[in-house]
Structure formats: C-alpha cells, structure tokens
Design a protein around this ligand. Structure first.
Ligand code: PLP
Length: 404
C-alpha cells in the first residue's frame, strides 16, 4: 500500500510529513510498516510521557472501554472528578475545567479572564503574552500566539493583546502604565517559539507585578507540564503561584485531554451555561489521565526523571565542548531540549532524515533548532544511543563540508 500518495490524495496537507507509516509503538520505540524501529525523542509533540503501549495505560483503556466511553457533562463523571481532585491537590487550590485539546484550554482561559473582568468589575481588559509565544491555533488562541507564520492574516477577535520580550520586566511595567491588561499569560519554557526557558527570577518578578497591579498570572503548562521539566508543572521551579494553569498534551496518556486549573479568583466565574463542550472530559481520557498521575506521583518516578535529565544534559554539554563550531548553544529545561545548529534549514532537514535512517526520531522547530521531547521513561541507554548517533552524523557532516 502506498500510504504516502494516499495521504497526499485524501488528507488536507496542512502538515509537512515525515513519510513513514507507524505500525506500532512499544516503550520508547516506534515501529514502521517495514518493521524498522525508531527511538522516539518526539513523542507526538510531548504527548506520550509514559512512552507507547504502557501496560497500565492499556489496562485502563480496556477497563474503561468495557464500562462506557461517553456520557456527556450531564452526568457525574467519576474518572474526571478523581483526576480533577488530584490535579488540584498537586498544584493550586481551585477547580478544573476540562477540554479536549490545548487550544480549547486557551479558549477557556480567555473566557474565564473575560468573566473575571466583568464579574469583579476589575476594569481591566486584554492579555499580555510573550513575543514568539505559542498558545494554540483556534481563532481566539491564535490571537495569543505571537508567531506571524501561525497567526497570518486569519480573522481574530478584537480583545487587546500586548506583546512582551522574554525577561523584559521593565516592558511589563511600561505596559501597565499605559493600559490596564487583565492578565499575563506565559509558557514557562517557550516551546515552538524555539525552546526558550524563562528564568526563575523573571517568573517571580512577573508574578509580583501581577500581584501589585491586580492582574491575573497565568501559566500555559500545555507542553511544560506533566513532569517534563522534572516537576509536575514547570512553574513550581520558580516557587510562584499562578491564578490559572493550562494543561493538555501529556495528561491524557495519548488520548485528547486538556483543561485549566482555575485558582480562587477564577474558579467560580463560570455559571451553568457560560461555557461547555460535548466530549470533554472523555471518561476514557480521564481514566488514562489518572494512570499518568499514578506514575508521575509515584515517589520513585520523578527522581528517575531528574536523573535522566542530568545525564542527558551533561552528555549534551560534553558533546558541545567536542563540537563547539556546530553546537554553539543548548536551550531548554528538563526533557524539553533545543539544539540550535549553525546550518541552513536544508542541512538541518537532511540531518533529521539521516537520524531517522539511523532509527532516531527528533523534531525540528524554527527551521534550524533540533528539538527533543522524549518520553519521561527515557533511559540512560536511550540517551547514549542518541548522543552517539547524533555526534556521528554531525561529524560526518562537517567532514564532508570540509572536503567540499
Ligand atoms: C501544543 C500547545 C498548545 C496547543 O495545544 P493543541 O492541543 O495543539 O491545541 C498551546 N500551548 C502550548 C504551550 C503548546 O505547546
């Protein structure tokens, strides 16, 4: 079967595809229709935090599948209630609104912030976001996504958006002198914007300014959450307390699930009828969410993640000292790694293909940044394998360049 041409014929081509057809996944590996294996350092964009076909995920799928798959929000949803309780117990005190995706979490945040300004008579309007941020692609969310190739000239709602540079607290104070924004919304590590971590000092100062000004402090943890940086949520590193947390991607263990955790200022802003969705939270997704939390909250799990994070970063640093011309810098936090390469987009795309030929799947963002979003079950052996092949490919490339 020529899956590639069928894909071109029948699927809208809004993605540049890696033309391999996956047959199955197991642990940290994917297998294509030819039986070739790939170490998955991409995890479907930071989704499969427990790798593929995790036995407890498969068990929960079967168990919930045998009960029911969908009941709507008209009934009490036990897996979702349990999941919300545990999310709140491990983040900020508040309540959860569930969605099917990250973008819908952003939409819910926009509506909640709006309700807060109206209900509380805050006299504030609009949201401050970072340049190069990514908060989703639906028309409301894309207003907050400050990447021109993403928002393009699509119609956007008219609420005010203020753009701030990373680390620019003076800029934030200046915005507050001219206008009265209702909230500041940020990714603790910019993901598709180039894997740029915010410093803890910056996050603390932004949180303090929000407090002084009476603005809401909102963290988009859609990519950084679910243990990816070595904490359940990345804001925890800075010791700040958000008013609202957005989550999605990893929480559903591979199924679509997202939402917001709304703190005390926001948790009672929606009244029946103010917001809704048919599917979310799917009881099946919520059941898997509980498995993800079972694993992540197991006292042995995060220490393993911290250990493999330290191992990966020291390996990357060592590689950088051996290949200083190619690896001028490394970016990211935990298992969110950006490796900017001093090569053309075409060369980086070739490198990605060469790694794929060697059985390693990595992502590329902003054209020349190799991005790693491995599963949290990554092992030291996986790291060794990646580093060896990556070094080999980088060296082979310089070799051939020098000869040319
Ligand atoms: C992926 C992502 C989103 C959007 O999530 P979708 O599920 O693709 O709609 C929003 N914010 C951040 C930080 C993301 O990484």
């Amino acid at each position: 079967m020529d899956w590639r041409s069928l894909d071109e014929q029948y699927i809208v081509s809004s993605y540049k595809r890696i033309p391999i057809a996956i047959e199955k996944g197991e642990g940290n590996y994917l297998y294509d229709t030819n039986g070739k294996s790939y170490l998955d350092l991409f995890t479907g964009l930071a989704v499969n935090v427990l790798g593929h076909s995790h036995p407890r995920i498969v068990q929960a799928l079967r168990e919930q599948g045998e009960r029911f798959l969908h009941i709507s929000n008209v009934f009490l949803n036990k897996p979702a209630i349990r999941l919300a309780e545990r999310l709140v117990a491990n983040s900020i005190s508040g309540k959860v609104f569930f969605t099917n995706s990250g973008a819908e979490a952003t939409e819910s945040a926009i509506k909640l912030i709006h309700k807060w300004t109206k209900n509380e008579g805050a006299g504030r309007e609009g949201i401050v976001v970072l340049r190069n941020s990514f908060h989703g692609r639906t028309l409301g969310a894309v207003r907050l996504t400050r990447q021109a190739h993403v928002y393009q000239d699509f119609p956007q709602p008219a609420f005010p958006v203020y753009e701030l540079d990373v680390e620019d607290t003076a800029g934030l104070r200046a915005i507050c002198q001219e206008a009265r924004p209702a909230a500041v919304l940020m990714e603790p590590v910019l993901g598709s914007g180039g894997v740029v971590p915010l410093t803890e000092a910056f996050l603390r100062e932004v949180a303090a300014i929000c407090e002084q000004e009476g603005m809401l402090f909102v963290m988009d943890e859609i990519q950084t959450g679910m243990g990816r940086t070595g904490k359940l949520f990345a804001y925890e590193h800075a010791g700040v307390t958000p008013d609202l947390i957005l989550f999605a991607k990893g929480i559903g263990g591979g199924l679509p699930l997202g939402g917001v955790i709304a703190g005390p200022k926001l948790m009672n802003q929606f009244k029946p009828g103010d917001h809704g969705t048919t599917f979310a939270p799917s009881p099946l997704s919520a059941a898997l969410g509980n498995v993800v939390l079972d694993e992540l909250l197991n006292p042995a799990f995060i220490p393993h993640v911290e250990e493999v994070i330290a191992y990966l970063w020291s390996g990357l640093e060592a590689l950088r000292t051996r290949l200083p011309d190619q690896l001028q810098s490394l970016r990211g936090k935990g298992l969110m790694v950006g490796i900017p390469l001093s090569s053309t987009p075409e060369e980086v795309s070739h490198l990605q293909q060469a790694l794929l030929d060697e059985g390693i799947l990595v992502d590329v963002t902003q054209k020349t940044i190799v991005r790693l979003l491995p599963p949290l079950t990554l092992t030291k052996a996986d790291v060794d394998r990646f580093l060896a092949v990556f070094e080999e490919q980088l060296t082979a490339r310089t070799g051939s360049k020098k000869e040319a």
